[in-house]
Design a protein around this ligand. Structure first.
Ligand SMILES: CC(C)(COP(=O)(O)OP(=O)(O)OC[C@H]1O[C@@H](n2cnc3c(N)ncnc32)[C@H](O)[C@@H]1OP(=O)(O)O)[C@@H](O)C(=O)NCCC(=O)NCCS
Length: 323
């Protein structure tokens, strides 16, 4: 019985840092409010000449190098993003070209599940690997949210940041790898967070096409779903909360992470927190946090890792991995 194992990770954050104090000069907000309500101190913002696939490429190159394989050996590239370079082609194809693997012709596709995009992409990669349809898959979570943030709306502008995280998944028949996962969505809640630009719905310009979020309602629903889906994945795998060594949650709000950890009875010290210096990077937040935890030695061989994510509008999921 095969499963997908993560053999390497990579990450990339754009050079420019936007602090809460910088935001104080741009809008009616304060460092104190942002830190208290979200846990964020600063976020990274892509340069004007960088697009989403550029960020993805940097993170992917690092992951490939660490895995010791070249891009032409990949069977598939899956990119979780809600901020693509353009409508067509998908980020995964721009990425394939930038990695110099176009001629090798592996499958390449984007998955838009907002902040749950990386977990959706990982679960899809696992299904392909388990079925024997692929052996090596590059999974990327990447966002350039700064391009679709409404900088006139302080309730959303202070939250988001840009970045990319990548993982190389390979076929494994041992104990390590993805043990269980569960994905959900409920389109009835589309109104909670919407970015209506660049589609066939309408084509006006201006802030109407940018992100709009009902933060307060989203918060409450997120906590409930994250608790339930995490419990469900643990039960499915026969793993008790106390057996979890590390939690790598989506970094939307430190208060959401804390509430879910408390409900699951998992100590906050086991949760990887990057929100203070990354902000909320949507689909990139989990792979960036994972990469940082691996680099810092917070994750070691044999660890049981719980992932969970909640995104617009609305998607959610959880995954259990034996590292
Ligand atoms: C967005 C979020 C941080 C807002 O925090 P909140 O505590 O819910 O804040 P509210 O929207 O209830 O607003 C509370 C007050 O702060 C004010 N406020 C909002 N943004 C502010 C800012 N950046 N600076 C200062 N004050 C702000 C509001 O105007 C409101 O003022 P009022 O009480 O005078 O009306 C929080 O709701 C959140 O994290 N939501 C979930 C996000 C999420 O998970 N999204 C999906 C995945 S990305």
């Amino acid at each position: 019985m095969y499963k997908a194992r993560i053999i390497a990770t990579g990450g990339y954050l754009p050079e420019r840092i936007l602090t809460n104090h910088d935001l104080e000069k741009m809008m009616d907000t304060s460092d104190e409010w942002i830190q208290k309500r979200t846990g964020i101190k600063e976020r990274h913002i892509a340069a004007d000449n960088q697009v989403t696939s550029d960020l993805a490429c940097e993170a992917s190159k690092q992951a490939l190098k660490r895995a010791g394989i070249t891009a032409d050996k990949l069977d598939m590239i899956i990119v979780g993003t809600c901020t693509p370079d353009m409508t067509l082609p998908a980020v995964a194809l721009h990425l394939q070209r930038k990695l110099g693997a176009g001629k090798a012709g592996c499958a390449a596709v984007d998955m838009n599940a907002a902040c749950s995009g990386f977990l959706y992409s990982m679960a899809t990669a696992n299904a392909y690997i388990k079925s024997g349809m692929a052996k090596n898959i590059l999974v990327v979570g990447v966002e350039t949210l700064s391009r679709i943030v409404n900088w006139d709306d302080r309730s959303t502008a202070v939250i988001f940041g840009d970045g990319a995280g990548a993982a190389i998944l390979t076929q494994d028949s041992g104990k390590r790898g993805i043990i269980a996962s569960e994905l959900h969505a409920d389109g009835d809640y589309a109104y909670l967070m919407i970015a209506p630009g660049n589609g066939t719905f309408h084509a006006p310009t201006g802030n109407y096409t940018k992100i709009h979020m009902e933060g307060h309602d989203t918060f409450k629903i997120a906590v409930r779903h994250l608790e339930n889906v995490s419990r469900s994945v643990l039960e499915k795998a026969g793993v008790k909360p106390e057996e979890i060594d590390v939690v790598v949650p989506h970094q939307a709000n430190v208060r959401i992470i804390g509430s879910v950890a408390k409900r699951l009875d998992i100590p906050m010290e086991k949760c990887i927190l990057t929100i203070d210096h990354h902000g909320n990077t949507a689909g990139a937040s989990i792979p960036l946090a994972l990469n940082e935890a691996v680099e810092n030695g917070r994750i070691t061989d044999g660890d049981m890792i719980l992932f969970n994510a909640f995104g617009a509008s609305i998607t959610w999921g959880s995954m259990l991995v034996r590292w």
